[in-house]
Design a protein around this ligand. Sequence first.
Ligand code: ATP
Length: 237
Amino acid sequence: MKEILRISDLAVSYGHIEAVKGIDLVLNEGEITALVGANGAGKSTALLAISGLLKPVRGQVLFDGIDLTRLPPHKIVRSGVVQVAEGRAILTTLTVAENLDLGSYARRDKTRTAQDLEWVYSLFPVLKQRAAGLAGNLSGGEQQMLAIARALMAKPRILLLDEPSMGLAPLIVQEIFRILKEINLTGLTILLVEQNVRQALRIAQRGYVLETGKVVLADSGANLLHNPKVIEAYLGA
Ligand code: ATP
């Protein structure tokens, strides 16, 4: 397995509150890695530090030999590490197609961009049907799909997702996880932050469990699903 990103001793604070307390985490190329844990465990904070939106107090995020903690967010996106924002963050007054255009604005490879648009529309046929409609008129699940699709248009090498299942009905959640697996099968590396522990570990090759800012368990997704501690704390069995 080829390592694509390595986080070492990452610590992030909000004032005096240390939300992430020195975590180590490795992403293997082409795998889905799930970062799971309860509300407030520090998952979102860790993701924001990887995408450069929060500056860590210590630690490294090594990607392609570069420490991402030294780069501003737009350079991190350009390097290929792209986050799908929590709460969707699509532009509701623009059309679906315009939102997708925005995702690819920094790209110069227009032919590949057009091919990727077709690919994204094949992953999310509903977005093709609604391409000319306002993004604000989409349902919650469709808006989440658009947020993922827009991130894909930036041609990521690593896709970061923060709680894509949040606030969505179970059937839509299943559909989104199915599509994430499909995207992963094209070779894209994914870091998936989730409170929906069962669904996340089902599609992830590897998982990390975060509790109060620390990694308490790291194993394959399948092993974590059967780990008694995980079952007791997160799977309600
Ligand atoms: P959630 O699923 O609720 O987003 P999480 O695991 O992603 O949970 P974080 O949002 O990273 O957890 O929060 C980690 C800790 O940092 C929590 O104790 C939270 O209260 C605190 N925290 C988060 N954001 C801020 C902020 N802007 N200012 C101060 N403290 C914060």
